[in-house]
Design a protein around this ligand. Structure first.
Ligand SMILES: C[S@@+](CC[C@H](N)C(=O)[O-])C[C@H]1O[C@@H](n2cnc3c(N)ncnc32)[C@H](O)[C@@H]1O
Length: 284
């Protein structure tokens, strides 16, 4: 949906924009192309490696910021920046992060489940699965993974401690599901929801999303826009409710009464876009 993103952000030369989720910088570069050499883009990513890969560019109007997007308003205030263009959030992970065995986000990794996107965070997924009480673990898996078998999964994890690798965790959960599947095959890996839950919990993904969607209107100016692409129902619900609350308080107009979704053609090129939902508002 890159074209829709650019249209909804209504990029105009001379204004200040924030890309809260820089990743491979595909969107950042599209924004910079339209801005030319006027205006400014601040590209945030919580992952130091993402920011390091992009350092060394020589664009005067592009600043890279190794921070969580929950810090956008603090950063803007401290740096005396008015966000008069808009903010883009393309949530989730990049394929580089997902495929990195050391980051331990995928089912095949032989590394200890870490799952932090920001290495400055202190809690790792390994600590959660090896130390948390069974009931607390079950609640995390249910709340952030919407896993109906959360109690059974938590019980199996506690029984198999210590869990030393992602592969061990994935195989354990797969074994549990195979027992009750009666020969049925799985459309997605049976550990998908548990892995999602642990990643969301460790990175506090829903909390930071709620925080950034309560904008500080001293720095986010009237006419600016917030565009969010989310990838699962927990995120989309937060975006929908936050946008409705901003509308109800008279601070924003909703630009997407229904979320935009990817076309079949886009899904064929980029399967990840199948679950993408795009919503946008304009600050009044
Ligand atoms: C899907 S990728 C973004 C892809 C990017 N839009 C592009 O065009 O290449 C998501 C990126 O956002 C980062 N990210 C996710 N949540 C974040 C947060 N709360 N704060 C800062 N960065 C975040 C991840 O580290 C990852 O690099």
């Amino acid at each position: 949906m890159p074209q829709e993103v650019i249209e909804l952000l209504k990029i105009a030369p001379g204004l200040n924009y924030i890309d809260g989720t820089t990743g491979g910088a595909g969107h950042s570069r599209m924004i910079l192309d339209i801005l030319g050499d006027s205006g400014h883009l601040y590209s945030f990513d919580q992952d130091e490696e993402v920011i390091n890969r992009l350092q060394g560019h020589n664009l005067k109007n592009w600043t890279l910021v190794n921070e969580n997007f929950s810090e956008i308003y603090n950063y803007s205030k401290e740096s005396n920046i008015e966000i008069n263009g808009g903010i883009l959030l393309d949530l989730g992970l990049s394929s580089i992060q997902l495929d990195d065995p050391e980051r331990a986000l995928n089912f095949d990794s032989e590394y200890e489940p870490d799952m932090r996107l920001d290495r400055r965070l202190s809690l790792t997924a390994s600590q959660v699965i090896n130390k948390y009480q069974e009931k607390v673990l079950a609640d995390i898996i249910y709340q952030y993974g919407e896993e109906n078998k959360s109690r059974q999964v938590a019980k199996a994890i506690v029984g198999a401690r210590p869990i030393r690798s992602c592969r061990q965790l994935a195989e354990l959960i797969k074994g549990l599901f195979i027992k009750s599947a009666h020969g049925k095959t799985f459309r997605i890996h049976p550990a998908t929801k548990t892995f999602q839950a642990l990643r969301i919990f460790v990175n506090r993904e829903l909390d930071v999303l709620e925080k950034v969607l309560k904008p500080d209107l001293e720095v986010l100016m009237p006419g600016s826009r917030i565009v969010v692409i989310s990838f699962h129902s927990l995120e989309d619900r937060i975006v929908k409710n936050a946008f409705r609350a901003l509308k109800a308080s008279g601070h924003a107009k909703i630009l997407t009464p229904k979320p935009l979704v990817a076309t079949e053609e886009e899904i064929a090129i980029n399967p990840r876009s199948r679950s993408a939902k795009l919503r946008a508002i304009e600050i009044l």
